[in-house]
Every structure is written in structure tokens, then in C-alpha cells.
Design a protein around this ligand. Structure first.
Ligand code: SF4
Length: 363
């Protein structure tokens, strides 16, 4: 049974949502596949950036079976530009499990959804609440922030143990008669009204009961431990070209961008690398290139990931003959024509280079 304060909170959010909600396609459906797609896409991604990807995926794969049947390269290519590529790989994997083991049907409750590989507590709660109206709270960054501020909770939201504290409070707030709308409402409230920086406290319907507002702690809540500084990495890409085609290779697991394609890569500990040293390193890998055949990098490409700061340089080399079999084996590169390269899934960094170097013109 909700306390009067809990009931007021839920009612106020529902009323606010009615007036302020944005119209988004995944809000007009109870199809668990579409809801799941949207939730995976929107993790770590703003709505404006995720929306075109949602449309692309729904158009390319209208059913979970069609997503499961797609080649992984194709799924990654469609995902290109969204980052956190493990999301796309896991999503594809989960689609295969749902298709092969569950006859294409998503389980219809939180506990069963949680047992599915690739579906965590957040996504399970979202599908259960939005598709099956289960009375369970969805906890995303927006919800953490709203609850922390309104109820004055100072547990660090990055620490896993804090989740239990927030989940317990959040579950008690979900009204039995509108779990789907209420969960949408609190997430939307965090995204639009109670934003991380400059929340609109002046015109907030929860102002009077908000702990952070009444105690001058809006900027202090939620408590979030600072992330470690991003690790700098220095990539030297060797762009081997033969008669208009280029050698690329598929990235392996154990590092960023697994499953995507890039050029042969030499990574150095420091930013500056003398060309002579690079040539020696390449020769050790069986790539017999001369200094005078290397077109030196024209600029540094910067790419920032959550824990890494990458500086990349591209060295273009025109080869007179194809690489020998043993070199292909050693370096794992393969020759692709430009049309094929366009269709390959690639990190945004590689795409930017291909575009600026006018190798891919129609990106
Ligand atoms: S008063 Fe400010 S901090 Fe409190 S809920 Fe409203 S917008 Fe958020």
C-alpha cells in the first residue's frame, strides 16, 4: 500500500507526463521486440541520436526472427556510429536465442526475461512494464537522479550496492494500475525537467516536496563517483592500397570494436613515432615497405570513448603487387574493393578517414 507521499509523487508525475511527453514510436507499441530494440539502442544514447537507428532496425528487421537471421557484419554495419558495439553483438545473440529456443516469443515477466542472456535488470524491467504492464520499476540514469533528489538519497549511484536501495524505493512507487505509463513518466521527467545540469526547479510540480530543492542540494545530488581519466592510446594505421582496393582486417575480441573492420594497426606508447621505427616494426610483421613509399599522415584523428582517448594517424602506402599469402596470414588483412568497404561495419574513426581521404565518397 503506497503512503500518501508515494501516491502524490506518482500522481504528480503522471499528470506532468500527460502534458509534456514527447511522441516516440516505441511508446505507441506493446510489441516486446520493438520495446527491447528501443531500450538497447537508447542505452548510453540520447533519444535524438537513437531515433533514426530505431527506425532503421525496425525497417530492416521487422521481427526478431529476421534480426536473428541477419549476418553479424550486416547488423554491425547498421549499428555503425552508435558506439558501444558490444550492445549490437549481444542484441544479435539474444535475438538468436529468442528465435531458436523460445520460438520467437519474449518471456512475459521480469524474472523470466532476466534469465535471458544479454538482458539485464534494466531491460527486463522495461520490457515487463511497457509490454506486459508488470508492476516493476525501471531504473535508468534519469530515474536515479529524480529519486535521489526528491527523496534525498545520497548513496553513490555508481556503486552496485546502491542499486538495491534505489530499486526498493522505486518499486514501492509504481502504481498497480499504470506501471507502463508511470515508468515512462519518471524517465521522461528526468530527461526533460529534472535534468543533470540546470533542472527546471522553478516550474517543477514536485518542488515543494523535493528534498534537494528544499535543502539547496540540487547540484550535489545524485552522488556519483568521478570516473577515472580516460587512457590515451596512439594508433598508427597502415593503409595498404593495391590498384584501388585496400587491405583491412576484422578486429578480434579482447579490445575495443570487436567485429568491426580497420586497417593494419601498430600501436605505440607515445604519440610521436619516427617513420624509421614504424618501417622496422612493419618489416618485422613481414610488410616489406620502403620509407619513400609511405605517404605520411596529414593530421591526427581524435576519438574519445568512455575510458580511452585515441589519437590515430594514417600512413598510406601504394603497393605494386598484392601481399603474399604468408603476409596475409601474419597480418590477418584481406583485400577489399571500395564497394565492399562501404558495406563493412567500421569504427567511426575509420569512416572519417576514408571520407576525408576521398576513398569513400558517398558515406
Ligand atoms: S525541484 Fe528541481 S531537483 Fe527537485 S524534482 Fe523538481 S526539477 Fe528536480
Amino acid at each position: 500500500m503506497a503512503t500518501p507521499a508515494q501516491a502524490f509523487f506518482a500522481k504528480t508525475l503522471l499528470r506532468w507526463y500527460e502534458q509534456h511527453k514527447r511522441s516516440l514510436p516505441w511508446r505507441d507499441t506493446t510489441n516486446p521486440y520493438y520495446i527491447w530494440l528501443s531500450e538497447v539502442i537508447l542505452q548510453q544514447t540520447r533519444v535524438a541520436q537513437g531515433l533514426p537507428y530505431y527506425h532503421k532496425f525496425v525497417a530492416a528487421y521487422p521481427t526478431v526472427q529476421e534480426l536473428a537471421a541477419a549476418p553479424e557484419d550486416e547488423v554491425l554495419r547498421l549499428w555503425q556510429g552508435l558506439g558501444y558495439y558490444s550492445r549490437a553483438r549481444n542484441m544479435h545473440h539474444t535475438a538468436i536465442i529468442v528465435t531458436d529456443e523460445l520460438n520467437g516469443q519474449f518471456p512475459n515477466n521480469y524474472e523470466a526475461l532476466l534469465k535471458l542472456k544479454g538482458i539485464g535488470s534494466y531491460t527486463a524491467a522495461a520490457i515487463a512494464a511497457f509490454a506486459f504492464k508488470e508492476q516493476v520499476a525501471v531504473l535508468d540514469g534519469n530515474v536515479f537522479r529524480v529519486l535521489s533528489r526528491v527523496f534525498g538519497i545520497s548513496d553513490d549511484i555508481v556503486v552496485p550496492a546502491s542499486r538495491k536501495v534505489f530499486q526498493k524505493l522505486a518499486d514501492g512507487l509504481v502504481p498497480a494500475d499504470a506501471p507502463d505509463t508511470y515508468n515512462q513518466a519518471i524517465m521522461e521527467f528526468g530527461a526533460i525537467q529534472c535534468t543533470p545540469v540546470m533542472p527546471d526547479c522553478l516550474f517543477c510540480p514536485l518542488q515543494q516536496s523535493c528534498f534537494a530543492f528544499n535543502n539547496g542540494m540540487v547540484q550535489e545530488l545524485p552522488v556519483k563517483k568521478k570516473a577515472k581519466a580516460a587512457r590515451p592510446r596512439y594508433f598508427h594505421y597502415i593503409v595498404l592500397e593495391h590498384e584501388g582496393a585496400f587491405y583491412l582486417r576484422k578486429r578480434l575480441e579482447g579490445d575495443i570494436w570487436q567485429g568491426l573492420y580497420d586497417f593494419y594497426l601498430y600501436e605505440s606508447a607515445n604519440k610521436n613515432l619516427p617513420l624509421e621505427t614504424l618501417v622496422q616494426e612493419l618489416q618485422q610483421a613481414g610488410l616489406d615497405v620502403d620509407l619513400e613509399h609511405i605517404q605520411p599522415p596529414l593530421k591526427d584523428y581524435k576519438h574519445i570513448l568512455s575510458h580511452q582517448k585515441i589519437t590515430a594517424r594514417f600512413y598510406r602506402i601504394r603497393l605494386h603487387s598484392r601481399l603474399k599469402e604468408e603476409v596475409l596470414k601474419e597480418t590477418r588483412v584481406a583485400l577489399f574493393d571500395v564497394e565492399k568497404i562501404e558495406a563493412l561495419p567500421k569504427p567511426v574513426l575509420i569512416n572519417s578517414y576514408l571520407k576525408e581521404a576521398k576513398i569513400l565518397v558517398y558515406l
